[in-house]
Ligand binder design. Structure first.
Ligand code: PLP
Length: 390
């Protein structure tokens, strides 16, 4: 029996850029220690008080079907968080709780895309984006941001492909580049969206990881509230990756449609997870800063180290748990460099090419191991690059 065309073509083909990661995992399984700077997951676990609250909620009986769009009180808490961060009036009716940001990305596209519609996204991109768009029966079209522009997308490049498109997916702070979109970038995006009647899907899962400047949500820009769907998550802000909890914030009518979609797909998020998420959000901004602190610290260490050499370039990152390194001076592709580094020094980083053609000749380094090992690995990476450049 044949599977559906949609499911068979979900991935673009090949290993979809995960070759280095998979090789590193095979080496580890065979007993070779590898320093892994690949995956966007904290080196801490979910904090004990959050788990205690989850336990309390489960033991208290919140283990049955929970309200499909989310509990009233969690939706209120998320709405208040979004409103206080952006100033945009936001209520429970604008919030739908999802099993993580990934499910929110898919749901948001399902809400605005008809089969065959063009859905735009920016390259470099988070690895699941093209498959998510194809899963929602869209025709994905990538818009290249350029290393020379510090990967801030240009409004002209978006406008060039906007006619006839339905949506544009943006992500700031950005995975993989660590770049935070400037006010000028966001204004340009909003202008193109208004002119070409685009939905903006704004993936803001790293909004608590800002090292410089500030996070701008396009939903807060003039004329944007009715055409923006914000994707949020507790994965990165609260180290709750395994709890699978996130949300979509958007116009009431879309949230009502998404509730129908959830009724026919996920049937909501477990009540005890939602209660723990509400408790976690109640810990406030100080707690979120504490979770983000190791990445802030490691970025500063990396900046100091990289300033002492001139083979490896650092894309000016201002947020998220990644650094994007420019290794074009070595003459190697990101993939060849990453494979050679893994073979020679058992250090695994992601080739830029895994995140789109725009990041060719770059590497994404996740700052997700302890400071000393992180800096040692970066030092080794830099001398390896210097040998190849020589
Ligand atoms: N969006 C971006 C940019 C990400 O990097 C990730 C995870 O790494 C997600 C969305 C999905 O996160 P989750 O489904 O854990 O909320």
């Amino acid at each position: 029996m044949k599977a559906s065309q949609r499911i068979e073509t979900l991935l673009g083909g090949g290993d979809d850029g995960w070759g280095v990661f998979l090789k590193a995992r095979r080496m580890i399984a065979d007993g070779t220690p590898v320093t892994e700077l690949t995956i966007g997951e904290h080196d801490i676990r979910t904090a004990a008080p959050i788990l205690q609250d989850m336990h309390r909620a489960a033991m208290g009986g919140h283990t049955g079907y929970a309200a499909v769009p989310g509990t009233d009180s969690l939706r209120d808490t998320v709405a208040a968080r979004v409103q206080s961060a952006t100033g945009v009036p936001t209520s429970r009716a604008n919030v739908m709780i999802t099993p993580g940001g990934q499910a929110a990305l898919f749901a948001a596209h399902m809400a605005v895309i008809d089969p065959g519609d063009t859905a735009l996204y920016i390259d470099p991109y988070y690895a699941t984006y093209p498959g998510t768009l194809r899963g929602a029966s869209a025709r994905p079209v990538a818009i290249k941001a350029r290393a020379e522009d510090a990967f801030q997308p240009r409004a002209e490049a978006i406008a060039a492909v906007a006619p006839g498109a339905k949506s544009l997916l943006v992500n700031s702070p950005n995975n993989p580049t660590g770049v935070v979109y400037s006010a000028a970038t966001m204004d340009g995006i909003a202008q193109v969206a208004r002119e070409h009647d685009l939905w903006i899907i704004s993936d803001e899962v790293y909004d608590s990881q800002i090292w410089e400047g500030s996070h701008i949500s396009p939903r807060a820009l003039p004329g944007m509230v009715e055409r923006t769907l914000v994707v949020g998550s507790m994965s990165k802000s609260h180290a709750m990756t395994g709890s699978r909890i996130g949300w979509v914030v958007g116009p009431e009518a879309i949230i009502a449609h998404l509730t129908n979609l959830a009724t026919h797909t996920t049937y909501g998020v477990p009540g005890f997870i939602q209660d723990a998420a509400e408790f976690a959000l109640g810990l406030g901004a100080d707690f979120e800063a504490e979770v983000a602190e190791p990445f802030r610290r490691r970025r500063a260490l990396a900046q100091n180290l990289l300033a002492t050499q001139n083979t490896v370039g650092l894309i000016p990152s201002a947020g998220a748990m990644y650094l994007m390194l420019d290794i074009r001076s070595t003459g190697l592709s990101g993939e060849d460099f990453a494979l050679a580094l893994l073979d020679a020094h058992h250090i695994a980083v992601m080739p830029g090419e895994s995140f789109g053609a725009a990041a060719a000749g770059h590497l994404r380094v996740a700052m997700t191991i302890d400071d000393d090992r992180f800096i040692d690995a970066l030092r080794t990476l830099c001398s390896f690059a210097a040998q190849h450049a020589a």
